[in-house]
Ligand binder design. Structure first.
Ligand code: DC
Length: 226
């Protein structure tokens, strides 16, 4: 018999931008046969919807339009594709502009509340691996395993440069490094769900670890708790 969704095991992987948590979480989900939630993609889709509607989260009147959008965001995940109102936005959500707008929206408590249920809906049998900033602290506080995956700012900026270059675009290391540090500061210092390891999280610094070793380590920890 399938377990009720609220009892399905969740592995929460939180951490700063470009720590590799997305790749690690997706590989771990495949290895466990679990579903996968990229919660940052949801924030990014809202960012694209906000930009498309020409709304500015710093303006109170615009924010009053953005909040209901967060509660009813028409986002769908089809394999690797992310759709907004049925339109493929998989590439546009990965731009630096979308990331910066997502980070601005993420400081608004009503936006975070608006996106909460959408994220919890991903908790389906046989289980879920969820990556983000507040998976272990807010969205799935009863996760069987909470990991805080981090890496030095230099390693993360290098990783981001590689990702951009692999897309055939040019990347400026210093600009990316500066943006990453600014985004970390905003994510860490915000009043609601700030980015920090939960008390019961296992912290893993993967600056000098190959990806399969990171996945293997977290897989081992998960097996101990299932
Ligand atoms: O993980 P990412 O870079 O795709 O996330 C984009 C932004 O969304 C990031 O700056 C912070 C925000 N975010 C968040 O506040 N909480 C989450 N669970 C996921 C993302």
């Amino acid at each position: 018999m399938n377990k009720p969704a609220s009892h399905c095991p969740v592995v929460a992987i939180d951490g700063p931008t470009a720590s590799g948590k997305g790749t690690v979480a997706a590989l771990l989900a495949a290895k466990l046969g679990f579903h996968y939630l990229d919660s940052g993609a949801i924030y990014r889709v809202l960012a694209v919807a906000t930009a498309q509607a020409d709304l500015n989260p710093d303006l109170p009147a615009d924010l009053q339009e953005i909040i209901p959008m967060s509660e009813n965001l028409p986002v769908q995940f089809h394999g690797n594709k992310v759709l907004l109102k049925g339109v493929d936005v998989s590439e546009v959500i990965r731009t630096e502009e979308a990331g910066i707008m997502a980070s601005r929206l993420a400081v608004v408590p009503e936006v975070r509340a608006g996106l909460l249920q959408r994220q919890r809906d991903f908790r389906l049998a046989p289980g879920l691996v969820a990556d983000g900033r507040d998976m272990g602290s807010v969205v799935f506080p009863d996760s069987i395993l909470k990991v805080f995956l981090t890496a030095s700012a230099t390693v993360r900026a290098e990783r981001r440069v590689r990702q951009i270059e692999e897309r055939g675009q040019q990347a400026d290391f210093q600009a990316i490094y500066n943006d990453l540090v600014a985004r970390d500061k905003r994510d860490t210092e915000r009043a609601v769900a700030p980015l920090k390891p939960c008390e019961d999280a296992l912290v893993l610094d993967c600056s000098n670890m190959p990806i399969d070793q990171v996945v293997g380590t977290i897989h081992g920890w998960t097996q101990e708790r299932i």
